[in-house]
Write a protein that binds this ligand. Structure first.
Ligand code: APR
Length: 232
C-alpha cells in the first residue's frame, strides 16, 4: 500500500516547538510576515538571520516524540511505499529514523548561498555572516521557503499523491497552500489527524481529533495490523 503523510507544526508541538497559529497569532513572539518573507530579509537581514539562528539552536534542545517515531516505524514496514512530506523545517522526522522525508518549506539545518546557489548542511549561526564554504562570499541565507517563494519539489509530491492509496494529514491547520490542497490531489483514501478539525477537515473522508502522540501511533498500529485496508 502506498501512503503519503503530510505533517505540519502540530506533530512537533509535543516535542516543545511552537506552532504558527495556535495562540496569539505570533510565532515565537514575531509576526511571521516580519521574519518569513524575502521582503523582510531585504529590509533587515540581521533580524531575520537572528530569528532563524534561534530556531536552529532550539533544535538541539528538543527530541522527536512518539508521533515521529511511529512514522519511522511505518517506514520500516512500508519502505519506499511511504513518503513523508513535511511543512516543518525541524529535523525531528530524520532524528526519529525516517529517511523518506521531503521538506517542502526547506530546513533549518541547511544554508543556501545566493551567490553560488549551493546548499550546505549547517548547524551554526548565520547572523555573523560566515563565508560560503563553496565560493567564500558571505551570502548564506536560511534554506527556508518564505511566504511568496516556491515550495520545493512539488512535482515529486504531486506524483506521490497521484499514485497513493492513502493520504494522511497530521498536525496542520490547512490554511497554507499548496499543502492545504494536497487532499484534493490525493487519489486514495484520506484521513486527518489533528488536535482540532482543521480548516479543510470536511474535505477528508475521516477526521480524528487528539494529540499527535496518541493519534499517530494508534493509526500506525491499526495500519500495520490490517495492511490491506486502504480506507480509513
Ligand atoms: N497534535 C496534533 N495537532 C496539533 C497539536 C498536537 N499536539 N498541537 C497543535 N496541533 C494542530 C493545531 O490544532 C493546528 O491545526 O496543529 C496545527 C498547527 O497549525 P499551524 O500552526 O498553522 O502550522 P502549519 O499548518 O504547519 O503551518 C503551515 O505555515 O507559516 C507557515 O511555513 C509555515 O510550514 C508552516 C505553514
Amino acid at each position: 500500500m502506498r501512503v503519503v503523510v503530510l505533517t505540519g507544526a502540530g506533530i512537533s508541538a509535543e516535542s516543545g516547538l511552537s506552532t504558527f497559529r495556535d495562540s496569539d497569532g505570533l510565532w515565537e513572539g514575531h509576526d511571521p510576515m516580519q521574519v518569513a518573507t524575502p521582503e523582510a530579509y531585504a529590509d533587515d537581514p540581521g533580524l531575520v538571520q537572528r530569528f532563524y539562528d534561534d530556531r536552529r539552536a532550539a533544535l538541539s534542545r528538543v527530541e522527536p516524540n512518539a508521533a515521529h517515531h511511529a512514522l519511522a516505524r511505518l517506514e520500516e514496514a512500508l519502505g519506499d511505499d511511504l513518503l513523508v512530506v513535511t511543512q516543518n523545517v525541524d529535523d525531528l522526522h530524520e532524528r526519529a529514523g525516517s529517511r523518506r522525508v521531503h521538506h517542502i518549506h526547506g530546513r533549518l539545518r541547511s544554508a543556501w548561498c545566493t551567490t553560488c546557489d549551493v546548499r550546505h548542511e549547517w548547524d551554526a549561526p548565520l547572523a555573523d555572516g560566515p563565508p560560503c564554504p563553496g565560493c567564500g562570499v558571505s551570502t548564506l541565507r536560511p534554506d527556508i521557503v518564505w511566504f511568496g517563494e516556491v515550495p520545493y519539489g512539488m512535482a515529486l509530491v504531486e506524483q506521490a499523491l497521484w499514485h497513493c492509496d492513502l493520504f494522511v494529514s497530521v498536525g496542520t491547520s490547512g490554511v497554507v497552500y499548496p499543502a492545504a490542497a494536497f487532499v484534493h490531489w490525493a487519489r486514495g483514501a484520506t484521513l486527518e489527524l489533528n488536535l482540532e478539525p482543521s480548516a479543510g477537515a470536511t474535505d477528508f473522508a475521516e477526521s480524528r481529533q487528539g494529540p499527535a502522540t496518541r493519534l499517530v501511533p494508534g493509526w500506525v498500529d491499526e495500519l500495520l495490523r490490517d495492511g490491506s485496508r486502504t480506507s480509513p
